[in-house]
Write a protein that binds this ligand. Structure first.
Ligand code: HEM
Length: 410
């Protein structure tokens, strides 16, 4: 009798995916899931060595699925409606020179030096938000702090007025919501069309205002790059802003939430960090390894037939690199299921590797540091208001984190 295929989605899986990944690392480290008719195939790589090698290999594992198709296949594929192209035509789905050009346009704004300048402002935002949330004697760390904080940070950077941050949050949420069944897919497609229209309309107005009067913000910088002769089309600009909005806060929210969750499960760690704040930086790196917010890298596609291990991936097959599993690989880390502040090597791959390495890593690390220090200052006696086993988890296949994180304190 063959074992049933492992569950790789759904709430029960997301509550604790680690046993399934441990099984795959041992039994099927290069694991293929095929559609019923066998036409669509998706591979899961779960060992650290495979995941890091594939992240670096942007020749064989590419992001733009169209580049894996023959002209005939491309002609036969359904063209996405123009507005939907905003969702897909950004650097995270681009390869080679196209990717390099798009990334170069925003690189400067995200450099460590540029980002450091935001630090005092971030402490003010974090202090205000947490102070406000604490007035009621209990709070939901995800909705009352991590979400508004992350969106405020990316909103500040882009130059979106704070009165409109809630709209960005709502749009982004709909764009990343998973579609579990076909009914929901239809509803989601209808909503997506509306969201894309609202979003494009809003951005058109912001861009027009910035063209009239540039500000020290990222949208003005992107417009200037466009006007300085670089070919950043209106569509590319919107797509870039959309990418930065979505990846710039959906991931950060769960970086902040997961680090608090891990902290509360390790009281000696909480004491150590309160006593010595120089430990905050290494603690954050280990939070990302131990239970980071990006469970799987975004989808890649086999550029040609690839022999990997004893398997053959066919041109066009989807490939999912499971970062969360790589981080628990016993071949790479000693006692990987334990949180260990003194851990040094190897480095985690929580921000990816290679050409698509997270552009926002310095900003994400700063957000994590500001949020953690603010938490240690203001909520040193916080604890979970509900049993951990009752927490509900995001079902999006890429991100990992709790939907709510109710806290109380003495
Ligand atoms: C602070 C806000 C953030 C911004 C603005 C941001 C931005 C980006 C961008 C633009 C990319 C695509 C880079 C490219 O294709 O060249 C990217 C990739 C990535 N980001 Fe971030 N990010 C942020 C936070 C985070 C956080 C908190 C994590 C997890 C700890 C994370 C993990 C990743 C990973 C794993 C990739 C690579 C995805 C892949 O190769 O499939 N990001 N990020």
């Amino acid at each position: 009798m063959t074992a049933p295929p492992p569950l790789l989605s759904g709430e029960a899986f997301k509550a604790d995916p680690y046993p399934v990944y441990a099984y795959l690392r041992e039994q099927a480290p290069v694991y293929c899931r095929a559609s019923r008719d066998g036409a669509a195939r998706m591979w899961f790589l779960t060992r650290y060595e495979d995941v890091s090698a594939a992240l670096r290999d942007d020749i064989r594992f590419i992001k733009d699925v169209r580049a894996t198709q023959t002209p005939a296949e491309r002609a036969g594929a359904r063209a996405a409606p123009p507005l939907y192209r905003l969702l897909t035509h950004h650097m995270l789905n681009a390869d080679g020179a196209t990717h390099g050009r798009l990334r170069a346009l925003v690189n400067k704004a995200f450099s460590a030096r540029q980002v450091e300048q935001l630090e005092p402002r971030l402490y003010t935002i974090a202090g205000d938000l947490l102070g406000r949330a604490m007035r009621h004697g209990a709070l939901d760390y995800v909705h009352d702090f991590a979400l508004p904080f992350s969106i405020a940070v990316i909103g500040e950077l882009l130059g979106i007025p704070s009165r409109d941050h809630h709209r960005f949050r709502a749009w982004s949420h709909i764009l990343v919501a998973p579609s579990a069944d076909s009914d929901r897919n239809v509803r989601k497609t209808e909503r997506l069309g509306q969201v894309m229209q609202d979003f494009a309309g809003y951005l058109a107005a912001v861009c027009a205002a910035r063209r009239r009067m540039p500000q020290p913000d990222l949208i003005s910088l992107l417009l200037a790059a466009e006007e300085a002769g670089d070919r950043l089309s209106e569509e590319e600009l919107y797509s870039m802003v959309l990418l930065l909005t979505v990846v710039g806060h959906e991931t950060s929210v769960f970086l902040l939430a997961n680090q608090v969750l891990t902290l509360l499960a390790h009281p000696p760690l909480l004491h150590a960090l309160r006593a010595d704040r120089s430990l905050v930086v290494p603690a954050i790196e280990e939070f990302i390894r131990y239970d980071g917010p990006v469970e799987r890298a975004t989808m890649r596609f086999a550029a040609a037939d690839i022999e990997w291990g004893e398997q053959v991936m066919r041109r066009g097959d989807a490939v999912s690199l499971v970062l969360a599993s790589a981080h628990r690989d016993e071949r790479a880390f000693d006692a990987p299921a334990c949180y260990d502040l003194a851990r040094i090597a190897p480095r985690h791959v929580g921000f990816g590797l290679g050409s698509h390495y997270c552009l926002g890593a310095p900003l994400a690390r700063l957000e994590a540091r500001v949020a953690l220090n603010t938490f240690l200052d203001r909520l040193p006696h916080a604890r979970l208001a509900v049993p951990r086993a009752t927490l509900r988890w995001q079902t999006n296949p890429i991100v990992r984190g709790p939907r709510r994180l109710p806290l109380i304190w003495a």
